[in-house]
Design a protein around this ligand. Structure first.
Ligand SMILES: [Zn+2]
Length: 115
């Protein structure tokens, strides 16, 4: 395999070449990905695309990690959903904030916090 030396350099001044690496963040396995590796210090750099994918996935997992079960209660003719404090904190919603609520399917609703 021919090594492709890139025209720009690592922060340490070393040369970068294209390579592949096993990517893992926060215990999530992203498989083998293209990267640029420094021939001097060994630093690995992932491309924008991979970094974005990692970020999206981490975000998603973080949300799943906050999943809670709650029971619908009642206030007058309206049904009341209690938002657990962890989720309220995560999405940055506070007492008396305005929200928009709409159906996202037959058994799903989406709540948008209006700032
Ligand atoms: Zn380096």
């Amino acid at each position: 395999m021919v090594e492709e030396i890139l025209s720009y350099r690592c922060n340490c001044g070393g040369l970068l070449k294209k390579s592949h690496t096993q990517v893992e963040f926060f215990g999530i396995d992203f498989g083998i990905r293209e990267c640029e590796v420094c021939t001097k210090c060994g630093s690995e750099y992932l491309n924008e695309e991979t970094l974005e994918e990692v970020e999206q996935e981490v975000k998603k997992r973080k949300l799943f990690g906050l999943e809670k079960q709650a029971q619908i209660t009642k206030s007058g003719n309206s049904l009341v959903i209690r938002i657990p404090p962890e989720i309220a904190k995560f999405i940055g919603v506070h007492y008396k904030d305005n929200i928009r609520i709409y159906p996202k399917g037959e058994n799903k609703i989406e709540i948008e916090v209006l700032s």
